[in-house]
Design a protein around this ligand. Structure first.
Ligand code: ADP
Length: 262
């Protein structure tokens, strides 16, 4: 587990023609070790830009991003698409990210993770032989097998059908509960944000900045229930903030609250 300290982070992109466009301006955010934070905001408010900065993929920004224990911090990043290596089997996609993928310990870890994400028996399959949801399960296993202290997720379930994404959200919370990495999860879905997060950080465009925070943890104990009316209330509150900010905020009408999957 690790905390994250983000202070006055500003990022601009160079556009064709030589002008610069601000994607983030003056972002301040402190995330506690083991906290599950959702970044919620409309398209273009800088959520992915902020994740790229946290991951180290983008180092061209102003301001401070600091981790208390910076030595060999383990960070995993899950994207909207699974991004598996298509020429490798599922098992080898997991083995590939391990430092020592050959040991017997590695074999046990791989098989253990395949089982945990519901893919025991699929180790010899190639990604193209799996559904999109199964591929995303492999990418979750690939991220968590590294036992990350910081887990970054960029709309990981948004390309899945609603029932599959419901299941994946529940499973993610189970897995998070076992190891408690710090999580920064990007979404534009208010229900998803309030269902998953300890804290929802609402961002707005023009340029990207933090406009509000919702402390979900104080309102909703875990484990959470999709049927809980407080989830809907918090989701509506998040939508109100998004609308107040003038963003083309998404509606609160995701069916996450009305589908039972047990
Ligand atoms: P979000 O993830 O919230 O949809 P992004 O972080 O992807 O937002 O983008 C924030 C803003 O920065 C947007 O206006 C986007 O067009 C712009 N942007 C993102 N990446 C680039 C890039 N490589 N070059 C120029 N502009 C970019």
């Amino acid at each position: 587990m690790t905390g994250v300290h983000i202070a006055h982070v500003t990022k601009s992109y160079l556009l064709p023609g030589g002008t610069r466009k601000h994607a983030l301006k003056g972002v301040d955010l402190d995330i506690a070790p083991g906290e599950f934070v959702c970044l919620l905001g409309p398209s273009g408010c800088g959520k992915s830009t902020l994740l790229n900065i946290l991951s180290g993929l983008d180092s061209e920004y102003e301001g401070v991003v600091a981790f208390p224990e910076t030595e060999r911090l383990r960070i995993s990043y899950i994207f909207q698409e699974a991004r598996l290596l298509p020429w490798m089997t599922v098992r080898n996609n997991l083995r590939f990210v391990l430092d020592d993928g050959r040991g017997s310990d590695a074999h046990q870890r791989i098989e253990g993770w395949l089982e945990r994400v519901g893919l025991a028996g699929y180790g010899d399959y190639y990604p193209s032989q799996l559904s999109v949801g199964m591929q995303q399960r492999v990418s979750v296993a690939r991220a968590l097998i590294l036992e990350p202290e910081l887990l970054l997720m960029d709309e990981p379930f948004s390309s899945l059908d609603e029932l599959t994404s419901l299941r994946m959200r529940m499973e993610l919370l189970d897995l998070w509960d076992q190891a408690r990495p710090t999580v920064v999860f990007v979404t534009h879905n208010p229900m998803e944000a309030v269902y998953l997060a300890d804290r929802v950080v609402i961002m707005t465009t023009g340029p990207g900045r933090i406009s509000h925070e919702l402390l979900v943890n104080t309102e909703l104990p875990r484990p959470r229930d999709f049927e809980d009316q407080r989830l809907w209330q918090l989701s509506r509150e998040a939508v109100r903030h998004l609308m107040d900010d003038g963003g083309a905020g998404p509606s609160a009408g995701s069916p996450i609250g009305v589908v039972k999957t047990t």
